[in-house]
Design a protein around this ligand. Structure first.
Ligand code: AFP
Length: 431
């Protein structure tokens, strides 16, 4: 090999090395910029430990159905979305009629809430009169309940309805009856109403398990009919649809029929809900916690430890979290689904079983959060696995980004083990 050949081949080699480095750079660049992005999003100067930011494999993009695309020019209305669902699933026709009833009720409630200040709808319904929970009802609590009850009843698809504002479930008379069971809180967060803060409607839909045929002329109910009321006490795992409507700077109906989570925003100019977010996915981890911290000294040690870690940055991310709390579950859960993080109303010394109601608050929200890839727990059990014993039963609820819930369960679980150990030692030493 002469000198010339040698020079040429080493030059070729240099080119190969250059190409190699360019290829390596291209392959690691996305990871580096992702690291920077995650770090900035967390408002945290330090880089997260590598383990925490392992690049998630990107799911293969499947073509999105045309009616699930959000477009300004040809927006998909909720009505069109429901028609498409019915076209593709022949057995969903009744469900579509039911959700149509709910969307009408939400529009009506949004209008009532929006005008409340100028139509004298703020304030207490009847001074001194309390509901089944011992709380004074707002005028709008009562009105929203009537609006939703009627919309459901006249959909012709209902068997039983259970509401936060009714002492006992309501059976729908034969002439309007169908196969569905709907549980709902017509106006959650109504104590925020007079200040103009966000409120919302929460609902969940089950298939009836026991047949209910209530004759219109019957005044009293027999045992069989009582059994039919059991339809409202199904575990959240059996929900076949759920949603919430938030009344805020805009009105949004966030819905799942078991096929992912989709958000429809009310276009007030045309009076229709239009698709604004399809297939919502909760971030794997967030940097916001949403708890009523005034209960801190009433909480279990496990909950206190967890919140302390978030505040000190002494947690798996090494970053301090921000606090956000509206006190309106729909608003707090909506933000948690979109921005990530953790929302909770754990048990405390006053609310020993938690404050939120399993049937029409915890279970539908847990279902929706799972549809978005998140998790919901009591701290011990998955919310969707709980079978209610009573329509107004309360449960502790912690929900949010999967990595945040996993960390909560670890910290909370450790403290439970410590307490059980202490309890065992106390028992042994008293022998
Ligand atoms: P209201 O409907 O009485 O306003 O209660 C709202 C709620 O049920 C739920 O939406 C909130 O997350 C929770 O109570 C707030 O409770 P605290 O006021 O105890 O924080």
């Amino acid at each position: 090999m002469d000198d010339k050949t040698l020079r040429f081949s080493s030059l070729d080699h240099m080119k190969d090395v250059q190409v190699y480095f360019i290829q390596v750079w291209i392959s690691i660049k996305p990871t580096i910029s992702l690291q920077r992005r995650v770090s900035r999003n967390n408002h945290c100067k330090r880089y997260l430990p590598y383990k925490m930011i392992a690049v998630q494999p990107q799911p293969k993009k499947t073509p999105v159905a045309e009616y699930l695309q959000t477009s300004q020019d040809t927006p998909t209305s909720l009505t069109r979305y429901l028609l498409e669902v019915a076209k593709q699933n022949k057995d969903m026709g009744d469900m579509v009629a039911l959700i149509n009833g709910i969307q009408f009720a939400c529009k009506k409630i949004a209008s009532l809430v929006g005008k409340a200040g100028v139509t004298d709808l703020m304030g207490i319904y009847q001074q001194g009169i309390v509901n089944v929970h011992g709380e004074e009802q707002k005028k709008l609590d009562v009105l929203s309940n009537e609006v939703l009850k009627n919309a459901l009843k006249y959909s012709g698809k209902m068997a039983v309805i259970a509401s936060e504002e009714e002492d006992v479930p309501i059976m729908v008379e034969e002439s309007y009856s169908g196969n569905y069971v709907v549980v709902f809180d017509p106006l959650d967060g109504s104590s925020n109403l007079d200040a103009g803060l966000p409120t919302g409607t929460i609902f969940g839909v089950f298939q009836q398990q026991f047949s209910c045929l209530i004759h219109d002329y019957e005044e009293s109910i027999d045992n069989m009919e009582l059994a039919c009321l059991q339809n409202t006490l199904q575990p959240g795992r059996r929900l076949i649809a759920a949603g919430y409507c938030i009344y805020s700077s805009s009105t949004m109906l966030v819905l799942s029929l078991g096929n992912g989570l989709h958000c429809f925003t009310l276009d007030t100019e045309v009076g229709e809900f239009v698709l604004t977010r399809a297939n919502i996915q909760i971030p794997q981890r967030g940097n916001i916690y949403s708890f009523n911290e005034s209960n801190f000294y009433q909480w279990d040690k496990g909950v206190q430890d967890y919140i302390e870690r978030l505040k000190k940055g002494n947690n798996q991310t090494n970053c301090r979290y921000s606090a956000r709390y509206v006190g309106s579950m729909v608003a707090d859960v909506h933000r948690t689904i979109l921005y990530g993080g953790i929302f909770g109303y754990p048990a405390d010394k006053k609310n020993v079983s938690g404050k939120l109601r399993l049937v029409y608050e915890c279970a539908p929200m847990a279902y929706l959060v799972e549809q978005a890839g998140g998790k919901a727990t009591t701290g011990i059990e998955n919310i969707l696995d709980l079978t209610p014993k009573d329509i107004h039963e309360r449960k502790p609820l912690i929900l949010g980004s999967p990595a945040d819930i996993e960390e909560f369960l670890q910290v909370y679980g450790m403290s439970r083990v410590d307490r059980e150990d202490m309890h065992m030692w106390d028992n042994l030493s008293s022998l």
